[in-house]
Design a protein around this ligand. Structure first.
Ligand code: HEM
Length: 153
């Protein structure tokens, strides 16, 4: 169960990262190119939010199954001093929940706007902040916080 969730969480990272980047590409090009917000923009936004929410559920489930976070919760005062353990116990979990909240809020604001430029602008602002947090807090193989593989099957 744990290893399956870990693999799914690892794979879904790509859907979230690529989804947010593609939504941003469409938002900036739409905003500066002054084109109208079409159904493909709405679909990209919607599927990115769905991928982010699935990643949130997988992450929350992992939080209670991972030996790292279990150790963190039961040995807090010692574990908080170990960077790799603290990263998953606190930093990764908190910042990613925040990033997914920003994606959700940005998407909802964009959806409510009636003007096309305002729709693109809301996505551009909220998703830009979210993608910075996601890219910083993902344990890439070269990450200074914790190094994990690009793919885990
Ligand atoms: C956009 C959001 C997120 C991305 C891109 C992401 C990405 C990742 C990646 C790439 C890993 C390493 C997987 C591996 O070992 O191959 C990981 C591990 C982990 N993530 Fe996330 N994550 C996100 C959100 C969350 C959230 C919201 C939580 C919890 C609330 C969470 C909890 C965890 C835990 C506990 C692990 C470590 C599991 C272990 O190694 O035992 N993640 N995450």
């Amino acid at each position: 169960m744990y290893t399956t969730l870990l693999s799914l969480h690892s794979i879904f990272r790509w859907l979230v990262v690529l989804g947010v980047l593609y939504t941003l590409y469409r938002a900036y090009s739409g905003m500066f190119g002054k084109r109208s917000f079409d159904p493909a923009d709405a679909k990209t936004r919607k599927y990115t939010v769905i991928a982010a929410h699935i990643q949130l559920v997988l992450g929350l489930a992992l939080y209670f199954l991972s030996p790292i976070t279990k150790y963190f919760m039961s040995n807090f005062s010692a574990a908080v001093k170990v960077r790799d353990i603290r990263f998953y116990g606190m930093e990764h979990a908190i910042v990613m929940v925040l990033a997914i909240a920003l994606i959700t809020i940005g998407s909802a604001i964009s959806k409510k706007k009636t003007d096309d430029h305002a729709k693109f602008k809301a996505l551009a602002i909220w998703f830009t902040i979210a993608v910075i947090l996601v890219l910083l807090m993902t344990p890439w193989p070269f990450s200074p916080f914790s190094s994990k593989p690009f793919f885990r099957f």
